[in-house]
Design a binder for this molecule. Structure first.
Ligand code: UT7
Length: 340
């Protein structure tokens, strides 16, 4: 009864040790999307900023687990670690087509962790920053040493090809980071939350059991009430961006980069205006070539900024993800290295 429970040493710092991505080879232009929806390249570009996106190969090739593994291998190379040094794998996804077992266990096996703890997180487009918050706190508390965090989606499987309210927005891909202990603070506190009263704004319809019981109806697809999501994102997110910066003790004007979820270039323009970010803060714009890859969008956008020289390893960036739930999450980080 009087036994003392041991806890690990006091909190330590966490950081992003490496970043890797998987971009499917197949580029899908707006014109190709418009073969199946009543829209135009001009409309899509002016309303969303998107010029093209990538779609993974047809199921079961280039699966969620394949893409996650490919991004994870790049992240490990960037961090100079082997799979055996990863003790926890967290996969953020809303498009893994199996309810069990979780994708993270397969990824952990494929990269050779030798039995890492493995869990999936579903928080829609906010998933990567949710997973990063969990990983960072596991490392800080000493519950994990090196955590692999992956954001991965095959949105092409879950959006109806003829639905013009969603089909042009989404794309496929994966991004991964390794989170580990560090002398310097590399990941600030997480700000996160949700508003389930607006859960209908991005939803799946019908549910799979309903569909199995009534196979005459349409199969489940993602439905989005775009304008409601647009309003929520454009007018609530600046408040959370300020909270993220405040909690990290970083002034917005001292940031090197702002990496908002890549949902719509116009949403991000509104957020940037509300934050009055100076021109010295580079703003991610990966959506133009990548579309909205949901939980994969933040690491893919970070990779583009590093690859194109918009920011350097060690730069200070504010990450802010938002989407289904409606949920949001973010933190200030030091940008990680890419593989050489
Ligand atoms: O990642 C998860 C979070 N998701 C988001 O953050 C997405 C947020 N929402 C959006 O990005 C935007 O709402 C969309 C890009 C999806 C749509 O843009 P919008 O400016 O909100 O368009 P709207 O739905 O208000 O529709 C405007 C007009 C309508 O026509 P009328 O009523 O003005 O004549 C629509 O019927 O555009 C029409 N429309 C289209 N026209 C051509 C709607 N979709 C299309 C389309 N092509 N694909």
């Amino acid at each position: 009864m009087g036994a003392q429970i041991a806890v690990p040493a006091p909190l330590r710092n966490s950081a992003l040790l490496g970043l890797g991505v998987h971009r499917p080879e197949r580029i899908v232009t707006n014109d190709e999307i418009c073969e199946q929806i009543d829209s135009s390249d001009e409309w899509i570009q002016s309303r969303s900023g998107i010029k093209e996106r990538r779609f993974a190969k047809q199921h079961p090739e280039e699966s969620v687990v394949d893409m996650a593994t490919s991004a994870a291998e790049q992240a490990l190379a960037a961090a100079g670690l082997t799979g055996a040094q990863i003790d926890t794998v967290v996969v953020a996804t809303s498009t893994y087509p199996f309810q069990t077992p979780q994708a993270a266990a397969l990824v952990a096996d494929r990269i050779g962790t030798g039995g890492a703890a493995a869990l999936d997180i579903a928080a829609g487009c906010a998933g990567f920053c949710y997973a990063l918050g969990v990983a960072s706190d596991l490392v800080r508390a000493g519950s994990a040493e090196h955590v692999l965090v992956v954001g991965v989606e095959r949105m092409s499987d879950t959006t109806e090809p003829t639905d013009r309210s969603v089909r042009f927005i989404f794309g496929d891909g994966a991004g991964a980071v390794v989170v580990g202990p560090s002398d310097e603070v590399g990941i600030g506190p997480t700000v996160w939350g949700s508003d389930g009263s607006q859960a209908n704004a991005i939803r799946q319809e019908p549910d799979w059991v309903d569909f199995a019981n009534n196979p005459d109806q349409k199969r489940p697809w993602i439905i989005m009430e775009g304008t409601a999501v647009f309003r929520w994102a454009a007018f609530e997110m600046s408040k959370y961006a300020r909270q993220i910066a405040d909690k990290a003790g970083v002034a917005l004007e001292d940031l090197d980069a702002f990496v908002p979820h890549q949902a719509n270039l116009r949403i991000n323009d509104v957020i940037v205006k509300q934050l009055e970010l100076p021109e010295t803060v580079a703003v991610a714009d990966d959506i133009i070539e990548t579309g909205n890859t949901s939980a994969a969008s933040i690491p893919l956008a970070m990779e583009k900024m590093l690859r194109t020289g918009q920011v350097e390893t060690g730069s200070t960036a504010l990450l802010l993800a938002f989407g289904a739930g409606l949920s949001y999450a973010g933190q200030v980080v030091k940008m990680p290295p890419l593989a050489k």
